[in-house]
Design a protein around this ligand. Sequence first.
Ligand SMILES: [Ca+2]
Ligand SMILES: [Ca+2]
Length: 296
Amino acid sequence: METDIYYVNFEKRNTDIATGPPLPSCNQYERIDPQTGPPLPRRYQDEGNAQQTRPPVPSRSQDEVKAQKCRGSRCLVLMTVCLGIICVLLLVGSSIAVAQYFMVAAERESLFKSNKNTVEEFNQTINRLQHNYTELMTEKDQLKNNFTSLSQKKLELESNVTSLSDELQKAYEKGYLWGWFFISNESKSWSDSRKYCRDQGADLVIIKSEEKQRYITSLVNERMSSERVWIGLTDIQQEGNMKWVDNSILNQGFWDTGEPNNERGNENCVELMPSYPVLNWNDLPCSIERKGICEK
Ligand SMILES: [Ca+2]
Ligand SMILES: [Ca+2]
């Protein structure tokens, strides 16, 4: 069975029985059976005469037109609302997009400035490093020149040291220099004093020139208050044949007046008496205790 759709006004159908239900408004329609029309009000159904007093079914074509108009109006309203919502969404989306654009632009500007500052700092650092590198290279060249100059001076000094060593050796051989001298701390016999010097890697002093004689005399006067000291001269091996401790013979002596006299035949070792300026040697017994002057 074909089913048609009708709409009825529920608010009116219970009150207007004689004339039938009025045409409904657009929002007051419901689905009804086209064969029986809209349902009867409850009071007609209860009295059992629903068939005799049933209100007439409204005109089918008029309702359809009305329903179509209502549907069109509803659709129009719905479309309008949808369009409005779409417009609002578009407006909101556009606003968000614009805001994001400005945010991105501001961020990009900030990044650009930051990068620009970073590049400037980097360039300044490069320039500073290049300046430092140039200065270091200059200092390196100066140091290199100084090193070359110092190397030349070192060679010159080494040459001078060699020359001075040769001159010192020659001067020593000529008797102008007499090495290192020191005086023993205790008074001992000539043999024990010599042993003391030899234990220190030295020996009793040998004097073969007047300059050295004057120098030793002056040294003993300064250090020992003119105390008499042993020197490295003796005739203990053969009386009258004075020899130095290196077994060299005596060529020039600086004897005090009347010396050596070998008094009592027992004076075989020689002392220096600094209270006399140059001629101050004397022979005396080797067992007498004196401090010795050592030469290294
Ligand atoms: Ca003697
Ligand atoms: Ca004597």
